[in-house]
Design a protein around this ligand. Structure first.
Ligand code: FDA
Length: 395
């Protein structure tokens, strides 16, 4: 095969890699995009239940976890959610806001992938799929991957969550090979597993309810859900990103529980707790909660202290997860290539000129709700512009 001379090789044709490649190409750089998968943008295709929650109108640095909470600011402010929305609109892709600022395609996530591929094509990006990366060479300021050479290399291979879709931790291997520090990766936006002491709750899989979920000082008010393994649902996934093993997860399933129970005692004194809870919560959950609380007598015979105790359980229902469902079920990977080793403006490695890292591979992890894609777009644009500037300057 005769090799063209490339300005940049982008590793990984996910959201971040496609965006970086398109941006660099349209800015005049000669770009090669390599992926071992047989299709680009596989995670985009399955995201948001097939409709891709492509950004969030409220995106700000506070919606991300990172050892450096300021790191994402620059990229997010230079390529904002509104710029991505404008791109989506230029392609005539209809979208809607679902809830909490989350923007989804009306049609299909395939439209987002098609848009990014068209953007790459307009930038003259060469895409090689089904291509293993192999050893990465680096000599005389040039990088060599899979037989191709370029003066710049962008790591956009994401994290290891959902390995059955081809996700790997290769980004960390490459980072370490070049001496970049890596913050220990861990599954995030991931369901919890519960032990035998919570068997009652595991016996009601699929029961969903609004809740405030807490881990330490972090709280999210969204839906929660029991599964046959433990806990899931948006509120749970959100707090999972902040959880460390051995910590409790606390749910408030009935705000104002004390007032609700006192009112129930007055209105239905012959009833039991289960009946009172059923007025506010799914019947199967009410039954399990009543069993957990173990209040035997009729409400009319319950003392204030007893009701208060029950209310405490309902506002601070405490679980001690045995673990999480791991990378197999984690929507993202937290941790990753340490921001300390990267420029927040360009995503370039401080100590390895020409090497960049973007997207989920980096220690910047968004909440559930379109934030992770916005990080992919924003960090991709930051690196894409920087590689083009350097390439054109060096010609
Ligand atoms: P991504 O993982 O997308 O891309 C990495 C690319 O590198 C892949 O194409 C992969 O094949 C390639 N690669 C990996 N290892 C390689 C190797 N060894 N050799 C060669 N190539 C390799 N976020 C959001 O904002 N809104 C949403 O609706 C959703 N929904 C959602 C649903 C599900 C089920 C999951 C698993 C995740 C989401 N996310 C999400 C998260 C979002 O998908 C994720 O954060 C971005 O896809 C990250 O984009 P990247 O381009 O960084 O990595």
């Amino acid at each position: 095969m005769t090799e063209r001379d490339y300005d940049v090789i982008v590793l990984g044709a996910g959201g971040a890699g496609l965006m970086a490649a398109a941006t660099a190409g349209q800015s005049g750089a000669r770009v090669l995009l390599i992926d071992h998968a047989d299709k680009p943008g596989k995670k985009i295709l399955i995201s948001g239940g097939g409709r891709c929650n492509f950004t969030n109108t409220g995106t700000g640095p506070e919606n991300f976890l990172s050892e450096n909470p300021h790191f994402a600011k620059s990229a997010l402010s230079r390529y904002t959610r509104w710029e991505f929305v404008a791109l989506v609109e230029r392609y005539g892709i209809a979208w809607h806001e679902k809830t909490l600022g989350q923007l989804f395609c009306d049609g299909s996530a395939r439209q987002i992938v098609a848009m990014l591929l068209e953007e790459c094509s307009r930038g003259g990006v060469e895409i090689r799929l089904s291509t293993p990366l192999g050893e990465i060479g680096h000599a005389d300021g040039r990088f060599e991957v899979a037989g191709a050479k370029a003066g710049q290399l962008v790591i956009a291979t994401g994290g290891p969550s959902i390995p059955k879709m081809g996700a790997t931790g290769v980004a960390y291997d490459i980072a370490r090979r070049f001496g970049l520090p890596v913050v220990t990766p861990r599954p995030a936006l991931v369901p919890f597993t519960l032990g035998d002491e919570d068997a009652l709750f595991k016996a009601i899989p699929g029961v969903s309810f609004p809740a405030v979920a807490r881990v330490g000082d972090i709280a999210f008010q969204e839906a929660a859900l029991f599964t046959h393994k433990g806990l899931s649902g948006p509120a749970i996934l959100q707090v999972s990103s902040y959880w460390t093993p051995g910590e409790p997860v606390v749910l408030s399933v009935l705000p104002d529980a004390a007032a609700v129970l006192r009112a129930a005692r007055q209105e239905m004194p012959r009833a039991h707790l289960k009946a009172a809870l059923s007025r506010h919560l799914p019947a199967r959950l009410a039954e399990v909660l009543a069993a957990r609380i173990g209040l035997e007598q009729e409400l009319g015979n319950c003392s204030d202290a007893k009701l208060f105790q029950a209310a405490e359980t309902l506002t601070a229902l405490t679980f001690w997860p045995t673990g999480t469902e791991g990378y197999a079920k984690a929507e993202v990977t937290a941790g990753g290539i340490a921001t300390a080793g990267l420029s927040s403006k360009t995503m370039e490695a401080r100590d390895v000129p020409g090497l960049y890292a973007i997207g989920e591979a980096v220690d910047v992890t968004g909440w559930l709700g379109g934030y992770n894609f916005q990080w992919a777009w924003s960090s991709g644009v930051a690196a894409g512009l920087a590689v083009a500037e350097r390439a054109l300057g060096g010609r």
